[in-house]
Design a binder for this molecule. Structure first.
Ligand code: COA
Length: 519
């Protein structure tokens, strides 16, 4: 009999859809009306219009800045994602001018530079749909000065261009300061007459700095930049024309990047395990049938397991997704010494055979206690972390359940540079669960207070810690801060992974043979 989805996961998926719908409305009704009255298209409509007919768009981190800044910066004011334009997969980075004039908050910078990072890793051209007021000035200390702030995005843009990855901008609105540098550093620029403007300092800055009074069009309009300064290469009358011109430029890239066809014929999973969502762990204290979950994602539900009778709390299996080979590591309980070394061995096999690796995290952490320590869990878990760090093949991570403690590291958390990391809406990520954290913090405080705190004070501390961990391990808290590339529905995982694997199939890497050590 097929399992059925729990009411919890159905509700969590419905909540995700509703949050995504909200952010797709950008900066709210008033700003949208104003934007439309100016004859401008909305950011998502611009994207739809440059994609090839019927092409899908893998949007990244759509819930960035969720609930931050009083909820006033939906999607962090920028839309990023991968789609096929004129036959070529491209990274699209598009400001939403209905959100604070498309200006950059810390999460906007992070989202912009993460999209560039992904483009760089997967050798994707970058198309910038620019409508951007530069740094959001009240937040300038979190946006401007540091290595990975706004300056870092320009550094990446220059690096990518020099490495042969085209950087193309279309300017739709007023682009000031940092906003001006995005097109200025692009290989080719298109501007829309009347609305597109580029100036390092807008009219108010010019007035304040040199007391010159000038209107925006004279200072940085499309005609001036296309006929006088040469900052722009093309001037067009309408946004539609601009988007068409962009498609034409991409079509002329030449060979460029193509999606590598799969080596095997893609075959759907068999139906007997139901849908992926049916297996999503909503109660993280209960074990799930991880093999059944894996079967719902892979071609013909076929898993070729590695060392199934050893280190059973880590399932390692070779499989195909949409015809692409993949090695999967999936948790089925805490990581012990045996499961850690088995994982390290399997990663080395994948690396030697050039098979990309998918980590399915549902992990409480590595085993603790006297027996585990005497058995060398610190050194054996480190072998897994070491293997993850040095694997040269593309890695992908999905948080399907809990992602706690050093288990996050061994299973290729963000610090270990997976090509993509997505979460499910039921996932949790933190150093430890709220239950454990409240006990640990309370115990630590109890020891240091040495009886000077009352039981009520201790209970209040316990509740405060629990609430803190509950809030901070929530997937929406994580995605708001760009700790992942977005929350996806469990049932989308197979298709998302199919695209990620096809993008990574021809990625540049060191192919020199390496030994496989039996751990
Ligand atoms: N910093 C802080 N707030 C900014 C901003 C910035 N760089 N750019 C825009 N905003 C805010 C505005 O204050 C306004 O906020 P509100 O709705 O809470 O009042 C909102 O974004 C929309 O701005 P508005 O000027 O009404 O929109 P517009 O579409 O007419 O113009 C810009 C857009 C980007 C051309 C214009 O806002 C602008 O020139 N901004 C300043 C750019 C600047 O000097 N940047 C220097 C960065 S170092």
């Amino acid at each position: 009999m097929q399992p059925s989805p729990s009411a919890e996961i159905t509700e969590l998926v419905a909540q995700l859809r509703s949050e995504l719908k909200k952010v797709s409305q950008g900066g709210g009704e008033k700003m949208r009306r104003r934007h439309k009255e100016r004859g401008k298209l909305f950011v998502r409509d611009r994207i739809d219009l440059i994609l090839d007919p019927g092409a899908s768009f893998l949007e990244l981190s759509p819930l960035a800045a969720h609930k931050l800044y009083g909820g006033e910066v939906p999607a962090a004011g920028i839309v990023t994602g991968i789609g096929v334009v004129s036959g070529q997969p491209c990274m699209i980075i598009a400001n939403d001018a209905t959100v604070k004039g498309g200006s950059f908050f810390a999460e906007t910078v992070r989202k912009h530079s993460r999209a560039q990072e992904i483009a760089q890793m997967n050798r994707l051209p970058c198309l910038y749909l620019v409508d951007c007021g530069g740094a959001f000035l009240p937040e300038q200390d979190r946006v401007f000065p540091d290595q990975d702030h706004f300056g870092g995005t320009f550094w990446r843009q220059c690096q990518m261009s020099a490495s042969g990855l085209p950087q193309i901008s279309v300017v739709f609105g007023g682009c000031t300061a940092g906003g001006a540098y995005i097109p200025a550093l692009s290989d080719q620029v298109i501007m829309v007459r009347g609305t597109g403007r580029i100036h390092l300092g807008g009219p108010p800055i010019v007035k304040a700095a040199i007391k010159e009074e000038v209107d925006g069009e004279t200072l940085g309009g499309a005609d001036m930049h296309t006929t006088v300064s040469g900052v722009s290469d093309h001037v067009v009358e309408t946004e539609l024309e601009a988007l068409q011109k962009l498609r034409e430029i991409v079509a002329a890239f030449g060979e460029g990047k193509k999606l590598t066809p799969p080596p095997m014929l893609p075959r759907p999973p068999k139906a007997h395990d139901g849908e992926t969502q049916d297996h999503a762990p909503t109660d993280l204290k209960r074990p799930i049938d991880m093999r059944a979950l894996m079967r719902t994602m892979v071609d013909e539900s076929a898993l070729s397991e590695f060392k199934p009778a050893y280190g059973a709390s880590l399932i390692c299996a070779f499989a195909h997704i949409h015809g692409y080979p993949v090695g999967i590591l999936a948790n089925d309980g805490a990581l012990f010494s045996e499961s850690s070394v088995k994982g390290a061995h399997f990663i080395e096999l994948c690396d030697q055979r050039q098979i990309p690796i998918l980590f399915l995290q549902n992990i409480t952490g590595f085993m603790v206690g006297t027996e585990a320590e005497r058995g060398g869990i610190a050194k054996h878990s480190a072998k897994l972390v070491y293997a993850v760090s040095n694997a040269r093949v593309p890695k992908f991570t999905i948080l399907v359940g809990g992602s706690y403690g050093a288990g996050n590291y061994g299973m290729c958390g963000r610090g270990f540079r997976p090509h993509f990391l997505f979460s499910w809406p039921n996932a949790r990520i933190a150093t430890m669960s709220p239950d454990v954290a409240s006990m640990v913090v309370t115990e630590l405080r109890r020891n240091s207070l040495k009886g000077s705190a009352s039981e009520e004070e201790i209970a209040a501390l316990d509740a405060k810690t629990r609430a803190q961990f509950e809030e901070q391990s929530d997937p929406y808290y994580a995605t708001a801060r760009l700790w992942d590339d977005g929350i996806i529905e469990p049932n989308q995982t197979r298709d998302v992974m199919g695209l990620c694997l096809s993008l990574a199939a021809d990625s540049e890497r060191d192919h020199a043979p390496r030994p496989v050590y039996r751990m």
